[in-house]
Design a protein around this ligand. Structure first.
Ligand SMILES: Nc1ncnc2c1ncn2[C@@H]1O[C@H](COP(=O)(O)OP(=O)(O)OP(=O)(O)O)[C@@H](O)[C@H]1O
Ligand SMILES: [Mg+2]
Length: 415
């Protein structure tokens, strides 16, 4: 770029000089050339040449500094000084500085996860450590379930069932297998953690399969074997946000913002498929070692159309929206409320509403104003606290309109 500029400038000087020669030729022939004119032209050249050189020099220096910064970042050195230039170069430098900030946040997030990686569920056993041969009340390691899934390890247990890391012998690929607890005799709208019935579950899995996004756990198959219903999904070699928070209740601002923005992106994809997640909580967010966040478990989600028929959603009281607490119709903004609670916990280390029991917690969601997150962590930027509080508005009309809108607001916060 610089060479082109200098070459262009040199050409301009040559053209100018030649042009002046032609212009003054008549005068010179007629011996009527005004010496003043020639002197002025010469002076103009004398001023323009050094000025152009100085400009090119300044530009070259800025470009050199930016190039050095890019080279250092490509070598993994993130503590670089990005020149604050103006014009097009300034815009480029600004974009690069934003990228470096993101890379730093990602590196901090990876470090936070690495601190926990030795205890990852499902991680390959450390040398000398044997996997459990017998798992209590569940599948044994080494057994083959549904003539297809060879059990490698138990990953965990939740309200709906038990999750295993298995080898899908047909696809020769590792997946996560969730065996579901038997369905309740009839679905009860007032029991928050009831298991879904067969038909409802089939519907949920069909919906979940529609979502393909890096920030959402891919759902594969649904089936039943000897009366046990199950579904398979992408195996995520990571940790849940719950486990991360239990270990480090307060993370730095930058990695936490990275997590929150990825939750928004995943949620956006879920919503675009017409699904309300309905059970967003740290247990249902996986974080991979490289800092990628993945939403999972659409176990209580329903389509918008089903919601419009007034079907209530189950959920987890601490993360439940006011409309969910009163079994009213939900929409995407109900998930944004849960995202607000999740962010509140991520940024402050505690949930805003913690009652003595589930019903007291639900009442707080309905009646009590959310505390300002800065009460618990004063160094949080006020703009961030306001974003969290806007998600926690009792009226969904005053919450951000979509996950994309929320992400846009979070992008403006600089750690
Ligand atoms: N796809 C997956 N890949 C890797 N680990 C998983 C996967 N799904 C679940 N797990 C692990 O299994 C554990 C149990 O998950 P599960 O969804 O059953 O429980 P939960 O989220 O605590 O409760 P809920 O029933 O409300 O969803 C998780 O905490 C996680 O550690
Ligand atoms: Mg779960």
């Amino acid at each position: 770029m610089l060479r082109t500029q200098i070459a262009g400038f040199a050409l301009a000087v040559v053209l100018l000089t030649v042009g002046m020669c032609f212009l003054t030729a008549g005068f010179r022939r007629g011996a009527e050339v005004r010496p003043g004119l020639l002197i002025a032209g010469g002076l103009a050249l004398l001023v323009c040449l050094p000025a152009a050189y100085a400009l090119a020099f300044v530009l070259a220096r800025e470009i050199r500094r930016l190039t050095t910064a890019v080279e250092e970042v490509s070598r993994g050195q993130l503590d670089v000084e990005v020149p604050a230039s103006v014009g097009e170069l300034g815009a480029l430098a600004k974009a690069f500085a934003a990228m470096v900030t993101d890379l730093k946040a990602k590196a901090a997030l990876e470090a936070a996860i690495a601190a926990k990686s030795s205890a990852l569920p499902g991680a390959p056993p450390a040398a000398g450590k044997q996997p459990l041969a017998h798992l209590p009340d569940g599948l044994q390691v080494g057994t083959v379930f549904a003539s297809r899934y060879a059990v490698i390890a138990q990953l965990g247990e939740g309200g709906m069932g038990t999750v295993y890391r298995v080898l899908d012998k047909e696809l020769d690929d590792e997946v996560a297998l969730k065996l579901l607890k038997p369905a309740p005799p009839q679905e009860s709208s007032s029991t928050p953690r009831s298991g879904p019935t067969g038909e409802l579950l089939r519907q949920e899995i069909k919906l979940a399969r529609m979502v393909t996004h890096v920030n959402v756990v891919r759902v594969h198959d649904f089936g039943e074997d000897e009366g046990v219903r199950y579904f398979t999904m992408e195996y995520v070699p990571g940790t849940t946000l719950r486990e991360l928070l239990d270990r480090r209740p307060i993370l730095d601002l930058a990695p936490t913002l990275q997590i929150a923005k990825q939750v928004c992106r995943g949620l956006g994809a879920v919503h675009r498929a017409g699904i309300v997640h309905g059970d967003l909580k740290p247990q249902n967010v996986m974080v991979v070692g490289n800092g990628v966040v993945k939403l999972m478990d659409f176990g209580v989600a329903r389509t918008r159309s089903a919601l419009s028929k007034g079907e209530p959603l189950a959920g987890t009281p601490a993360y439940m929206s006011p409309e969910q607490a009163r079994s009213a119709e939900l929409d995407e903004r109900s998930d944004l409320y849960s995202t607000g609670i999740l962010m509140f916990e991520l940024f402050t280390g505690r949930c805003p509403f913690v009652g003595d029991d589930a019903y007291e917690t639900m009442r707080m969601h309905l009646d009590e104003p959310a505390p300002n997150p800065r009460t618990f962590r004063p160094e949080l930027p006020d703009a961030l606290a306001q974003i969290i509080l806007s998600c926690l508005d009792k009226s969904r009309l005053r919450r951000p309109a979509s996950a994309a809108d929320l992400e846009r607001l979070l992008i403006r916060i600089r750690a």
